[in-house]
Design a protein around this ligand. Structure first.
Ligand code: ASP
Ligand code: MG
Length: 406
């Protein structure tokens, strides 16, 4: 008898009929003899609806109240799911994040889990109940409700699995696993049977939206295998784990893309100590999340400095940077809001030369200009015109033979 944590996403719980379907899936896991703890997301687009309500009553909703409001989305889905299970004849109980022992810091709307104290969950499991936990939320030291950031119920699920010593965590969503590329962009994209934590982490951080990057990080830290699968089918899904064979024939595992990229370039920046701090400290204070940063080698102690931000942060970034440009005596600042990035990811790439040059050749053959390049040991990312991202991903998928099994 294994203890498993199952998480169901908002689209899997979007209406009453879907909640009843999910209840039947949970019941069949119980029938197989597993002990099940379930984590829910809010039904459908509930969270967006609640955020919009908050902004209808206030230009700047109070962050404590906003978190309490948003946490209700998951309370609704978890309570309904417990009722549905009971009506099928199963013992079930719903618990809020606070009741389930999810302890967080005080950073409202982006709280981090400090620890899990799952006594109540264990007590209810021992009493033979299926425990349904409202995802995305926890309790601060001051006993206020805090939420974990958008998409945060994945994080709740993995944290609970770690806190309970569960055998695995299953994430049920509206796609049937992790694909070699977005099937909407690439019809030949193939579902992977398995993928390593590091590869999953890079794909999740660089645009594959199936799993929250912080959930992947936690699962690697605690060594919890994760099954990503569809709640609408019985297909086997993708197992994310640490035990992937080192030598794999096809060394690019997947391609991710992200269309939410804007670029700011500061021209003619004097090359002297302290300049980067002068530019990036005010951006951090203004809460602008800077992604890629590239500084050129200087010619006669003058250089250009480019960084990228989310499109929605571009205006704010420019407003912060313009006075700094004056203050440091740079020549000016230009921006481009129509960019996207795509990344090839594969653990096998780190020991084999030639992947970057092959990638650049494929883009050149497509007539695509590369604006910026960044790499990690197992990832190469190119930032390009957003209108060409689809062509780039398709061409790379083909060139690296990702449609064929490995
Ligand atoms: N309901 C929250 C959101 O939409 C959390 C989640 O779905 O994981 O962001
Ligand atoms: Mg959601």
């Amino acid at each position: 008898m294994a203890l498993i944590v199952q998480k169901y996403g908002g689209s899997s719980l979007a209406d009453a009929a879907k909640i009843r379907d999910v209840a039947r899936r949970i019941a069949s896991a119980e029938e197989r003899g597993d002990k099940v703890v379930v984590v829910t997301s809010a039904m459908g687009e509930t969270t967006d609806g609640l955020i919009s309500l908050a902004y209808q009553v206030s230009d700047r909703p109070d962050e404590r109240e906003l978190d309490s409001l948003l946490s209700t989305g998951e309370i609704v889905s978890s309570t309904l799911l417990a009722m549905a299970l009971k009506s099928l004849g199963y013992e079930a109980i719903s618990l809020s994040g606070a009741q389930a022992g999810i302890r967080t810091d005080t950073a409202h709307s982006r709280a981090r889990i400090r620890g899990v104290v799952p006594d109540r969950v264990i007590k209810e499991l021992e009493a033979g109940k299926i425990v349904i936990v409202a995802g995305f939320q926890g309790l601060t030291e001051e006993k206020d409700i805090a939420t974990l950031g958008r998409g945060g119920s994945d994080i709740t699920a993995v944290a609970l699995a770690a806190g309970l010593g569960a055998e695995r965590c299953e994430i049920y969503t509206d796609v049937d696993g992790i694909y070699t590329a977005d099937p909407h962009l690439v019809p030949e994209a193939r579902k992977l049977d398995q993928i390593g934590y590091e590869e999953m982490m890079e794909l999740a951080c660089y645009g594959a939206r199936v799993m929250h990057p912080r959930a992947v990080e936690l699962s690697e830290l605690y060594g919890i295998p994760i099954l990503v699968a569809s709640s609408f089918s019985e297909k086997p899904g993708t197992l994310v784990h640490g035990g992937i064979a080192m030598e794999v024939r096809n060394k690019v595992r997947g391609i991710a893309q992200d269309l939410n990229v804007a670029k700011v370039t500061i021209l003619g920046v004097p090359d002297r100590p302290g300049i980067a701090t002068t530019i990036f400290e005010p951006l951090a204070r203004a809460n602008v999340n800077v992604d890629t940063i590239v500084q050129n080698a200087s010619v006669e102690r003058i250089t250009d400095l480019t960084f990228t931000v989310a499109k929605s942060d571009l205006d704010k970034a420019i407003a912060v940077v313009e006075p700094v440009v004056e203050a440091i005596g740079a020549r000016g600042c230009v921006s481009d809001a129509n960019l996207g990035k795509m990344s090839i990811v594969g653990a096998g790439m780190q020991s084999t030369p030639g992947y970057a040059s092959r990638m650049f050749r494929v883009l050149y053959d497509q007539g695509i200009n590369i604006e910026l390049i960044t790499t990690s040991e197992i990832r190469i990312t190119c930032i390009i015109d957003e209108a060409r991202v689809g062509d780039a991903v398709r061409a790379l998928h083909h060139a690296f033979d990702l449609g064929k099994g490995n």
